[in-house]
Design a protein around this ligand. Sequence first.
Ligand SMILES: [Fe+2]
Length: 311
Amino acid sequence: MDGERIMKSSTLSEGLTTGASPFIEQAKRAGQLYIDQPYELYSEENHQAWRKLYARMLPRWDRYANEHFLQGIHSLCLDPDRIPHLEDVNRFLSPLTGFQAQAVSGYVPSFVFFDCLRNRRFPTTITIRRSDKLDYLPEPDIFHDVAGHVPMHTDKHFAETLVRFGECAHTAAEMAAGIRGPDTRVHYLTSVIKAMARFFWFTIEFGLMRGRDDLKVYGSGLLSSYGEIAHAIEAPEVQRYPIQLDWAINQGFEIDHYQPLLFIVDSFDHLFSLVDQLEAWMKAGKLSNVAPGEPEVNEEDLKSFLHAELD
Ligand SMILES: [Fe+2]
């Protein structure tokens, strides 16, 4: 066996497990953000993790998910037993809204992430959590991204809202480019990125929507969490309030426990109008000094805005 074949067989046996994938480590070392989905590398254990996650979420989606998500799951024809091929997902998704799931090797700096949304591409993780650790995962995996996010992208109004988020990021980068002093520019961007990240968190990741008779979940962090989707709707101690943009952009959040505070929108048209308002506030300078606190804005996020290619 030559070296290349030995490497391939050892890579094959290790699968595409989150935090333990030689293929992903190699892509990161080579500086490749956008990658192919090497489907043959998934192990049986990887598929088993998908199967278990999907099977236990199904009844919870029926009970707690909003109707647009349920329709999306139906439209994408996801296989309950096998990790999906992104190509197949895109074949169903693209004709509906123009969105595509695009495989990435890991963290996507915030401007790049929002700019992908503007171009109707969704950066998608291809690894999956271990099948014996289904609950706790600090980073996204393909179950969160494809079963939690992508079904929402089949909805026209929701898809337009994501594109609008991307346009907001462009406006922020343009405004930053017009600021002379480098320190002032960094201060401005830190605040604006924080505001956008908070708003994204409280809507796209953890949003609730008013249903006909009760509250439903549309946030993907909730839609991909067996425990939290029920907690978000049922737990008496969770604070659930009609969304206020001024509150959401000044409200910190922590990612390592169930969310104690959730915001409710009336519809995706409502959500879209809030993203419009976010941009109007940005242009008026209202996002330049939001409350300090979580999330931290890292160097990579700042650089992605500072060096943004604007067209
Ligand atoms: Fe997410």
